[in-house]
Write a protein that binds this ligand. Sequence first.
Ligand code: PLP
Length: 448
Amino acid sequence: MLSNSLVELDRAHLVHPVASWRGHEAAGVRVIASGDGATVTDTSGHRLIDGFAGLWCVNAGYGQESIVEAATRQLRTLPYATGYFGLGSEPAIRLAARLAEAAPGDLDHVFFTLGGSDAVDSTVRFVRHYWHSRGKPERDQFITLEMGYHGSSTVGAGLTALPAFHTGFGVPHDWQHRIPSHHAYRNPAGQDPAAITAASVAALRAKVKALGGPERVAAFYVEPIQGSGGVLVPPPGWMAAMRAVCAEMEILFIADEVITGFGRTGPLFACAEEGVVPDMMTTAKGLTSGYAPMGAVFLSEHVYATIADGAGQGVVGHGLTYSGHPVSAAIGLAVLDLYEGGLLENGRRAGARLMAGLQALADHPLVGDVRGRGMLAALELVTDKAAKTPLPAAAQPATRIFDRAWAQGLVLRAFPWGVIGFAPPLCCTEAEIDGILARTRAVLDETL
Ligand code: PLP
């Protein structure tokens, strides 16, 4: 006999993503009932500032009428059209064209997915096809960074470097390799930006050599800022230096902008700010601002042409039923209008205020590191600043900090290793940014 309580129904039937299943059964779910602008309200009427934009995705904030109207119009006109059999829909075509126009360099070709994990998976398929098309199938080794996150599919979880995504799942695969992160706060190379970049360049060269040289290496993946690893920001010039090494060795350089894309760090795409044009780029989240599932893989002209010519009149056998879904695409177009119509600008202003306010929290005894860019930021908490001693895991700081913030009326992300993440909607007002900062200070005081 099922109970009608949402908590009971959830406990009995809903499997939650990236959760301790038994822990969740014990804790029970908190149900979000509605959202408005940068705030959400739970079923008990408790209103919170969403300092994490859902899962760093609701960049436009909740309740944006123009998005709702675009989705409704499209649902009424044509809820589905396939891209197979030479067919297409107007929103998918227009969105691809607008994205190509907005993307850096010659990333002119767009393949739509349902989210970030299948976008990453698609790049792996495209990379392999590219090297087959070039007559070099032995270029089949992939390199990523420690602390990186590239989704949770069977392939992507092996490119991801966070242990929870590996344990018990039989990944990473033997063709998936990693080099150390640029993580400045805890970097054995020290905190000097030039030394960090030099260490990463040397590590990449050494890994390529160990794998048998460039002729064995297919691709190198980076997030412009490592998100799920704890918002780890590389030094300026780092990405360009890594891109140059890849170009020299003809290793495909893939930028995973699933979090950083669509204004999260300021510009529409973070790699543009660094003057880097990747061979492929993955996006999702802010593409539709979370209003519907969608991801997009951007392919540069030479990658697209190589695969197209390699297949000739044959089929490039990669596709998804919902690739270019017209409702998601119509939402994507409406979201782009918002970004271009002032949302990016507001996000930049709010991001500067957020970063300045977080820097001011560096005086707090628990704050060891403040990092981020734009509306993507983190605090790393320590019990001893000089020794950089992490908050003890035994104290389960993540759960406690999340709960304390919730009680204060703030949603933030509490990473299990004592890092607090912030990724508020770009529509935040000054008062909402100040609210995030004040509530965070209160949470820190309680945690002392
Ligand atoms: N790549 C990066 C950099 C991400 O941060 C994420 C998700 O957070 C993904 C890929 C996977 O995206 P999704 O959860 O939409 O499958």
